[in-house]
Design a protein around this ligand. Sequence first.
Ligand code: FNR
Length: 339
Amino acid sequence: MATPGVLCFRDITALAPMVRVGTLPMRLLALDYGADIVYCEELIDIKMVTCERVVNEELDTVDFVAPDERVMFRTCERERDRVVFQMGTADPDRALAVALLVEKDVAAIDVNMGCPKEYSTKGGMGAALLSDPDKIEAILTKLVQGLSKPVTCKIRILPSMEDTVRLVQRIERTGVAAIAVHGRTREERPKHPLHCDFLKAVSGAVGVPVIANGGSLDMVKSFEDVAAFRSATGAAAVMLARAAMWNPSVFRRQGLLPVQTVMEDYLKYAVRYDNHAFNTKYCLCQMLRDKVESEMGKLVKTAQTLSDICAAYGMQAYYEEVQVLLRSRRGLHPPETPV
Ligand code: FNR
């Protein structure tokens, strides 16, 4: 980070956007362990545009709450200069409306242009945008011109290297602050080898920082692999998804922490920020990986509440302590009594 408050995309590691995984507890944990930038899970513009911004004094967070009272996006002061809000969109005007709603609470706005899943592509979002560069240009130009925060996007590579380079150069001309590139095509799955040569070609073809992505499993298992991944791709920065989902201490310069410690750290944030129990379970199960069928895994999977999950980890005392703290805050801000 060069200047406080101004996001720098060079020489950094980023927590990748991940649906269900990239909620507040995971983002704060990744920051604690050393990530410089954290992306939230992809949030769809149509849902976000209906949300209301609510200051949650009890939790000390800012919540974006849907009409059905679901908290779509929860953030806090600690990550304000580091969190990138990623949205799924195929509509420049709606994208800008959502970006303006969240702009002052986040460090940058990102558009997902790589998701190959049908729920994204059938609405013209995600990887569908890769075959509509005019739409890409329209969305990014609208955002860059309408916002005071940096705008970025995350793409996948195209089947041809020349077309990928041309696309990235066109994106650069919209004025984005960085481009994250997952080095696989929209048809390729994580098991397919990563195209480091494509990442190197795009990194060399533009002046804007390219953030290399796709190296989990094969290339990056712990922080000491990050530098090699960066030099293999020639990129300005590195973004990690699965490696961080399995063990977010991958961002730790001193090396990985035992997963048990990481899960406990994660659960503390989940309790502190009242993260949804099912979302918390999902993330813990990703960290348990092949131990998800163990006794511990079964306890986590059958838990229904954060209190149950804490019991599985022997952290009931912590759970109670936080409830006392939150109750006392509620006392400080009593609900208005109807006249
Ligand atoms: C993802 N990915 C993803 N990408 C994105 O742009 N927005 C998203 O919301 C998601 N969601 C998501 C959820 C989960 C559980 C996974 C594993 C992945 C893709 C991700 O950001 C990344 O591009 C790929 O996983 C490749 O990077 P790694 O895993 O090799 O570091």
